[in-house]
Ligand binder design. Structure first.
Ligand code: ADP
Length: 447
């Protein structure tokens, strides 16, 4: 096992990783920008290194500074968390060259899955169902029209280097193809410096269902069930649950086994998530995230497996500590992403937390790096914490979530807590009857 791990991240996820390291007796190094000197992950780490000014590009994304911090402190591995450098193949490669372990998959796997066209081709080859569409890049309107005629309208044109829901355009008929192709290209070029696009069938009302996988880096893969992340705003997840209210055990095992086999065949190392759209009983691969996800705790709650502990286990060369037979699902878990934002306009609300009282009790988990008196800096993502609740059944989980939300008090700033208090009393949410458009429609109707 590692002696010392450097955590190249901030906020709740830095703390989450730190906790797993502490339990294993691994030394921890926090890195931070000048804006994060008082952050909880810095206070709780064994050592900390300031790596630059507030702007992420000069601190949390500054590879040179992070590698230097690793060398100064003698850390033997880096955990990248999510976001920042977690899916940067070049970063993983630089660490490989420096003899520092990157806690994640190989740079080759990050690179393949980071290119959506490559990822889709790879997924298809591994037996994962994909959205019907072009085999690769699409260059001319005629090519796009030919494919659209084949798969049927509407179609969606997507950026090969896409992320965060950008560079995507829907075309409802042949007349709209030319304009959609042009604007998707332009947006992709501006956002990602790469205007390569591809085309696929646009699914009207799917759910977003993703499968958590882990690989031993040689030939064995396991799955830890799915998460339903259909409640989204601007393609960003807001509320996640495991298991999905839409799947039964047979469907769960079927898609899980396909993913586990694929991960084993790839020789994938560590944690990953295979994301699908799900409609009319069919799964359609959209992308793979080669890292730990924000919503990983709901999986931990129902499997009782610590995913970060397992990442450390695999990355240190010890393989997977459990087999598929040892994975079982118990009860139901829901996560609410608490953002420092106005709950109606979603305008960020940085500032000082004047009062902080997180909920507690049976089945309640709060992953957060904030505390009373903490000043939220304005430079980063507005996620300030995650409330994760577990129950033996989905109704029990929802009941407990309502109680926990009522207990949760954050003073001095706006948060999205009131949004969740509304959602957990909504009939569709209670019934688990929603798709990826549900939340946007709900919010629009409230305006
Ligand atoms: P990104 O990496 O930018 O998040 P994804 O491919 O993961 O892009 O897609 C993000 C979201 O866009 C999906 O969760 C879904 O809401 C929508 N989307 C993407 N592809 C399709 C499709 N073929 N049909 C319908 N919606 C889609």
């Amino acid at each position: 096992m590692f002696k010392k791990v450097l955590i190249a991240n901030r906020g709740e996820i830095a703390l989450r990783i730190l906790r797993a390291c502490k339990e294993l007796g691994i030394g921890t190094v926090a890195v931070h920008s000048t804006a994060d000197e008082t952050a909880m992950h810095v206070r709780l780490a064994d050592e900390s290194v300031c790596i630059g000014p507030p702007a992420s590009s000069e601190s949390y994304l500054n590879i040179h500074q992070i590698v230097a911090a690793c060398e100064i402190t003698g850390a033997d591995a880096i955990h990248p968390g999510y976001g920042f450098l977690s899916e940067n193949a070049k970063f993983a490669e630089i660490l490989e060259a420096h003899g520092i372990t990157f806690i994640g998959p190989s740079s080759a796997h990050i690179r393949t899955m980071g290119d959506k066209i490559e990822a889709k081709i790879t997924a298809k080859r591994l037996g994962i169902p994909v959205v019907p569409g072009s085999e690769g890049a699409v260059n001319t309107p005629q090519e796009a029209k030919d494919i659209a005629d084949d798969v049927g309208y509407p179609v969606i044109i997507k950026a090969a280097s896409g992320g965060g829901g950008r560079g995507m355009k829907v075309a409802n008929s042949a007349d709209e193809i030319g304009a959609a192709l042009n604007s998707a290209r332009k947006e992709a070029g501006a956002a990602f410096g790469d205007d390569v696009v591809y085309i696929e069938k646009y699914l009207a009302n799917p759910r977003h269902i993703e499968v958590q996988v882990m690989g031993d880096g040689v030939s064995r893969g396991v799955h830890l069930g799915e998460r339903d992340c259909s409640l989204q705003r601007r393609h960003q997840k807001v509320f996640e649950e495991a298991n999905s209210p839409a799947l039964n055990e047979e469907q769960r095992n079927r898609i899980g086994e396909i993913c586990a086999t694929a991960i084993g065949d790839m020789g994938y190392s560590g944690a990953g998530t295979i994301e699908f759209l799900y409609e009319n009983d069919e799964f359609y691969f959209i992308e793979m995230n080669t890292r730990l996800q924000v919503e990983h705790p709901v999986t931990e709650m129902i499997t009782r497996i610590d995913l970060v502990n397992e990442q450390l286990h695999v990355a240190s060369g010890n393989g997977l500590s459990f087999s598929q037979d040892e994975v079982s699902f118990m009860g139901h878990a829901i996560e609410c992403r608490i953002n420092a934002e106005n709950p109606r306009t979603f305008v960020p609300s940085p500032g000082t937390i004047s009062y902080y009282h997180p909920p507690g009790g049976l089945g309640v988990r709060v992953d957060s790096g904030v505390y009373q008196g903490y000043k939220i800096p304005p430079y980063y993502d507005s996620l300030i914490g995650k409330l994760i609740v577990h129950g033996r059944t989905r109704p029990e989980c929802l009941m407990r979530l309502r109680r926990a939300l009522d207990e949760f008090v954050v003073g001095g700033i706006d948060t999205t807590l009131p949004l969740f208090q509304d959602l957990v009393t909504n009939d569709d949410v209670i019934a688990g009857d929603y798709n990826i458009h549900w939340l946007e429609k709900y919010l629009a109707a409230k305006e």
